[in-house]
Design a protein around this ligand. Structure first.
Ligand code: NA7
Length: 293
């Protein structure tokens, strides 16, 4: 397929590379020049990239970035033609997604929100899980592209339901990790060895995918970003905004948002979100680490 891929960040670069490898005709664009994908054509702006494409796939930071790529000066909008599909793998506001979709529908263009999970490794290996909203016919047409970049697609409903689901998923990740981090901090303060605590967690119903993934990094105090704190913080804020609009109260997430705020003020925004642990440690006057003999 002829695909315009917009946004070559940690995720987008790897995803576009996998589209090229699968034999698709890919044109790429990135806001800051200099990023390329081997085997893809480069474009000067989103409008040029989208010109003649069957599918425009976006993977940029946030809601404002998607809006400017689509509707800003030299945005995709003036290149839209009937029958094209826009797919968005950025994690952004569900309400904004619905508005963007409505605006392009007037031109006969369908809009599929396709945020994903699987992090950098999943993007590189083509094993992402896509959480998708949109009409079934468009999603069917996108199947070869999904197959090139991921291992599974979950269609959650019409356009914007992918984003809504993604926020509800990341809410759980943030809270589960916070529970783990608070438990380790308390246990350490009370003189329990962190590594023994993790072994116990792994052997009981307290175990979770989040803990499986994060525990080795935490025990080694490796906070290099797999999922940067600044992006999890963005998702938490999006979730709280969506909840407010829907008149849903999320007291635990509101508290956790304050922790992300403080961690950001302390300069941890570019570290992994697991670095939120260091704030709890600071308050408790302890450090969680591997000490078992
Ligand atoms: P990165 O690695 O931080 O990459 C972000 C990308 O978004 C990068 O290509 C940026 O371009 C681009 N960007 C940011 N702001 C804009 C604006 N205003 N206009 C156009 N392009 C922009 O993030 P990831 O790849 O890890 O994640 C991307 C999304 O997937 C995000 O929503 C995650 O939550 C999930 P730059 O190179 O800075 O010019």
């Amino acid at each position: 397929m002829r695909v315009a891929f917009l946004g070559l960040g940690i995720m987008g670069q790897a995803m576009a590379t996998n589209l090229v490898k699968a034999g698709h005709e890919v044109t790429v664009w990135n806001r800051t020049p200099g990023k390329q994908v081997e085997g893809a054509r480069g474009a000067a702006n989103p409008r040029e990239a989208a010109n003649g494409a069957e599918v425009v796939w976006m993977c940029v930071s946030d809601t404002d970035a998607v809006e400017s790529v689509l509707f800003g000066r030299e945005g995709v909008e003036s290149s839209l033609r009937e029958g094209m599909i826009i797919a968005d793998s950025s994690t952004i506001s569900p309400a904004a997604t619905a508005k963007f979709a409505e605006r392009v529908r007037a031109k006969g263009v369908s809009y599929v929100d396709a945020p994903m999970t699987g992090s950098k490794v999943g993007a590189q290996n083509g094993t992402l899980v896509f959480i998708v909203g949109g009409d079934e016919a468009s999603i069917e047409r996108l199947k070869p592209l999904f197959a090139a970049m991921g291992k599974k697609i979950f269609r959650m409903g019409e356009t914007s339901k992918g984003q809504a689901t993604k926020l509800a998923m990341n809410l759980q990740i943030a809270l589960i990790f916070e529970g783990f981090a608070e438990a380790l901090t308390l246990a350490t303060k009370l003189g329990v060895d962190a590594e023994k605590m993790v072994a116990l967690i792994e052997a009981t119903m307290v175990r979770s995918g989040v803990v499986d993934y994060k525990a080795p990094f935490v025990l080694q105090r490796d906070f290099t970003p797999n999922f940067p704190l600044r992006l999890m913080h963005k998702d938490i804020r999006l979730t709280l905004a969506a909840a407010k609009e829907a008149r849903v109260k999320l007291p635990a997430l509101e508290t956790v948002e304050e922790i992300y705020e403080m961690a950001t003020e302390e300069g941890s925004g570019d570290l992994d979100y697991a670095a939120t642990l260091t704030l709890l440690e600071k308050w408790a006057g302890v450090q969680v680490k591997r000490t078992a003999a």
